[in-house]
Design a protein around this ligand. Structure first.
Ligand code: ZN
Length: 109
């Protein structure tokens, strides 16, 4: 069921290794939308990739315009896009801090 990652995605991931190390400080692992969509498609064969991509882009747009979670914390863009519900990491996952969970670089500034 596993689809091989495209060379473009793989090259991009390798380029991002140093950023990933940096992101360990925040607890998030940095990922691009395309990487996340590719990983999701790998794990969930019938995932609607265009819908997922669209939802993440929609949440990212909100994040950039300063929309926050109902609790006041910044939105967890990847988590919100994946679940279809806008929220911060804690409200969506129920955990206090991310531990290698995915987030977009643009959403960590
Ligand atoms: Zn929240």
């Amino acid at each position: 069921m596993n689809k091989p990652m495209s060379p473009e995605v793989r090259a991009e991931m390798e380029k991002n290794v140093f950023i990933v190390k940096h992101a360990k400080v925040t607890g998030f692992q940095i990922i691009t939308i395309e990487e996340y969509v590719a990983i999701s498609a790998e794990h969930i064969p019938d995932v609607d990739t265009s819908l997922l991509r669209m939802q993440i882009q929609k949440v990212l747009k909100k994040y950039k315009t300063g929309v926050n979670c109902k609790c006041g914390q910044p939105l967890w863009v990847i988590g919100s896009g994946a679940t279809g519900e806008d929220g911060c990491f804690k409200c969506i996952s129920g955990m206090n801090a991310p531990d290698g969970d995915y987030e977009l670089e643009e959403a960590l500034k």
